[in-house]
Design a protein. Structure first.
Length: 187
């Protein structure tokens, strides 16, 4: 994040840091930081960059990660299950998408949007009970690391119903748009 030297005090306070804590992190004296915040001294480029870096490090530590946002219980469906079953599972679990898994591998997804499209196209309950998930399956959900930031997750969720969270090649969680909203409202 880009900072302006005159805003260091505001940013420091927003992050809940004391002048002493910030000065220690940046490797400058507390009195220099106090004078800088009052606007009574100018600092060298290297000292300003050290202060900015210390602020950025604190912001990164405080930012939520995918691990903080994810649900660890992942409800899935098989490609040979019916679309009707997918809709029933979504309704029962109150979720808007299901990852499609075949032999332990995430191969696609099916969403409430796909089900609504099928209904608009004239599929009724009987037709949906014969239609297989693999026939309506969408692309697999994107996968991110547990360490992905809130910004990275929200960017992916602008274009996807959900994202999978994986660590060491194993899917360990899922983040839907509602999970993001719940987590942000808690913090």
């Amino acid at each position: 994040m880009a900072y302006d030297i005159k805003d260091i005090g505001k940013v420091r306070k927003r992050l809940g840091l004391t002048q002493t804590e910030l000065s220690r992190s940046a490797g400058v004296s507390q009195s220099l930081l106090a004078k800088l915040e009052r606007g009574t001294v100018e600092v060298s480029y290297s000292k300003a960059m050290a202060i900015f870096q210390a602020l950025e490090n604190v912001e990164k530590k405080e930012q939520l990660t995918a691990k903080d946002l994810m649900a660890t219980r992942i409800v899935t469906i098989k490609p040979d299950d019916t679309v009707l079953k997918a809709g029933e599972v979504m309704k029962e679990k109150e979720i808007s998408q299901l990852p499609v898994v075949s032999k332990g591998i995430f191969i696609g997804s099916i969403s409430d949007h796909a089900l609504l499209d099928a209904i608009r196209e004239g599929y009724d309950r009987v037709a949906m009970s014969k239609l297989k998930v693999e026939e309506m399956m969408e692309d697999a959900l994107p996968t991110i690391s547990e360490k992905a930031t809130l910004d990275e997750v929200s960017t992916l969720l602008e274009h996807n119903q959900a994202v999978l969270v994986a660590e060491k090649g194993k899917v360990v969680g899922i983040i839907a748009k509602i999970d993001l909203l719940k987590a942000v409202s808690r913090h």
